[in-house]
Design a protein around this ligand. Sequence first.
Ligand SMILES: NC(=O)c1ccc[n+]([C@@H]2O[C@H](COP(=O)([O-])OP(=O)(O)OC[C@H]3O[C@@H](n4cnc5c(N)ncnc54)[C@H](O)[C@@H]3O)[C@@H](O)[C@H]2O)c1
Length: 245
Amino acid sequence: MSADRLSVVTGAAGVLGAAISRRLVTAGHRVIMMDMAADRLEMEAGLIGDAVWPLAVDVADPKDVERACATICHRHGDADTLINNAGILSNHKIEGTSPEEWRQLLSVNLDSAFYLSRALLPAMRRQGFGRVVNICSLAMKTGGLTAGTAYTASKGGLGALTFSLAREVAAEGVTVNGVAPAYVRTPMITEHLTCEQRRELVRQIPVGRFCEPGEVAELIAFLVSQHAGFITGEIIDVNGGLHLD
Ligand SMILES: NC(=O)c1ccc[n+]([C@@H]2O[C@H](COP(=O)([O-])OP(=O)(O)OC[C@H]3O[C@@H](n4cnc5c(N)ncnc54)[C@H](O)[C@@H]3O)[C@@H](O)[C@H]2O)c1
């Protein structure tokens, strides 16, 4: 493994993506921050400072991902770490979900992880070291409590992709894991749920509060470290005891 770590974090202009990028920089990584919200991305990258490079990419577009990965390789070298974090939420249940919305959720939340893994895994395998972490969700294990049908299915698919890739690349020093957070204090919670829903949820979460973005980032920093080489194909819950399995 090279001491010089290079990570790609998708959805990096979002609350969780920015927290993950910041934490990886603290761990000594250079970080490519990818997001389609170019202005917000520039701002978040500017706040972190050195060692991050913002790259405006629509991760649901395979051609855009291919171009972006070629640019990264050309300018920075081979990435050894990939955090598939970009995601969108819909709380619509089956009858309220149009085929267009279904496709959009699946494209952003699942297809993107396939495109990026397909582009970046070959170099990790050649190097004999790599780390992939997919940001899944409690929704995949519970049938979605407040989350909708397409979101829940997309995260279930991401979990299955995690298992499949973990098995495919384990022998080459590459681990692939998932993290399944629930109710992290981000706009997904503050803007998509009513005050009443938020109050009721805090009452149900045994730890008695929402999760902080930094708590998820801390777990990811461990999973991508060299200390976690024997953990692969695992989906780790970060849900304050809301769901125990
Ligand atoms: N917040 C939670 O409680 C929670 C719980 C479980 C899982 N998650 C997952 O964590 C991840 C991050 O969520 P967050 O809460 O930080 O949300 P967020 O909305 O703050 O961040 C998501 C980011 O993804 C980006 N994005 C969306 N579509 C994109 C595309 N096509 N190409 C590139 N970037 C795109 C957005 O611009 C945004 O910056 C998501 O995958 C989400 O499903 C969040």
